[in-house]
Design a protein around this ligand. Structure first.
Ligand SMILES: O=C(O)CCC(=O)C(=O)O
Ligand SMILES: [Fe+2]
Length: 353
């Protein structure tokens, strides 16, 4: 039997989670068809969908069912792209609150406040400014672009997995772009789970991993901002520990599908095995993500395009191949404390593939 992670689950099949931050979904959600009036295009068989003619600002007031259907679509396809959005950071926050709520986030979860966000920042605490200029000063995601490595794939990560209650969804709008370059890639955690043998799946389902972002303490110093130690969107996300333990395989409550949940950016150790075994397993899993381009989608941004992704079941990687400024705004909502439902299925199994 897999080890119990934080606290006992509500049913014998649930491993991990936390009573303060449990999903409100008793069963996966079904798409009801309200987005069928839009045209869309699946960018690869396993991940990514681009919609045409959708404006987020119009969806803020849409019926609940529309928001729920969009949540299902994002969770199933991993990431959704919307071109040329006329949406402000405030509207992005409103929209993300509705999205996470209709997807079933726990009552205790709100929008994330990043530990590096400056107090009293212009756009509010819950907007992360993604900026190449800021990164040059030692902020943002520079740790992933260490001077030592020449592998662009080092930047693959899932957002804020060092928090006990990490992100369900994230929205990024890019408003400032270089003439070319700066693409972002996403990869499917469902597909990577499906590429493991049943024996490896069962073994990983019994394991947890430690996610650690204490390198942000150094970055906070470089930026000259105090670390945000108060509540970062959930009562469980506080302090300067910046470390969390999560199941290696987690169930997405919206789809009910299993996903691999370790990432190059934050996962340092698989627990309960030797260091050598942990290193071997993590490098094997990271290689599955970075070397399978058929589990990835690459998006070429145009000004004011928006991506919305499910951080529970995808990874993403920015591309730092440009010189000019590139900037945007990101909002991350918080979902449930990660858990594994041993009775849940894989994506291919659920779709009969
Ligand atoms: O700059 C990008 O393309 C992605 C940045 C990122 O990792 C994020 O917004 O979460
Ligand atoms: Fe990210």
């Amino acid at each position: 039997m897999p080890a119990v992670i934080h606290e006992a689950g509500t049913s014998a099949n649930i491993v991990g989670g936390n009573d303060i931050a449990r999903t409100r979904r008793a069963s996966p959600l079904k798409y009801s068809g309200t987005l069928d009036k839009y045209s869309w295009n699946d960018l690869t068989p396993v991940i990514g969908r681009e919609f045409e003619g959708v404006q987020i600002k119009d969806l803020i007031a849409a019926e609940d069912q529309v928001i729920q259907d969009l949540a299902v679509t994002i969770s199933e396809r991993g990431v959704v792209f919307l071109r040329d959005q006329d949406v402000t950071p405030i509207q992005m926050k409103h929209f993300m609150l509705r999205l996470t709520e209709h997807a079933g986030c726990p009552e205790s979860s709100g929008l994330h406040v990043h530990p590096l966000t400056e107090e009293g920042s212009e756009l509010g605490d819950q907007i992360s400014v993604i900026s190449s200029e800021k990164q040059k000063k030692g902020g943002g995601l520079t740790h992933m672009l260490s001077d030592v490595s020449r592998f662009a794939s080092n930047a693959w990560h899932s957002d804020i997995t060092f928090e006990p209650v990490p992100s369900d969804y994230a929205m990024l709008k890019i408003h400032t772009l270089p003439a070319t370059g700066g693409d972002t890639l996403w990869a499917s955690g469902y597909e990577i789970y499906d590429r493991l043998s049943p024996a490896m799946q069962r073994m990983l389902e019994g394991l947890t991993a430690t996610h650690d972002a204490r390198f942000f303490l150094e970055e906070a110093k470089n930026l000259g901002n105090p670390l945000r130690e108060g509540k970062r969107g959930s009562p469980l996300n506080q302090g300067s520990e910046l470390t969390a333990v999560h199941p290696v395989i987690r169930t997405n409550p919206v789809t009910g599908w299993k996903s691999v949940y370790v990432n190059k950016g934050f996962t340092k150790r698989i627990n309960g095995v030797t260091k050598d075994e942990s290193d071997m397993l993590l490098s094997y899993l990271f290689n599955l993500v970075t070397q399978n381009h058929d589990a990835q989608v690459r998006f070429k941004w145009r000004k004011n395009d928006v991506a919305i992704w499910d951080n529970r079941s995808t990874w993403h990687c920015a591309t730092y191949d440009y010189e000019q400024a590139r900037a945007g705004d990101r909002v991350c909502s918080l979902g449930e404390a990660p858990y594994l439902d041993l009775g849940s299925r894989s994506r291919r199994e659920a779709l009969g593939l």
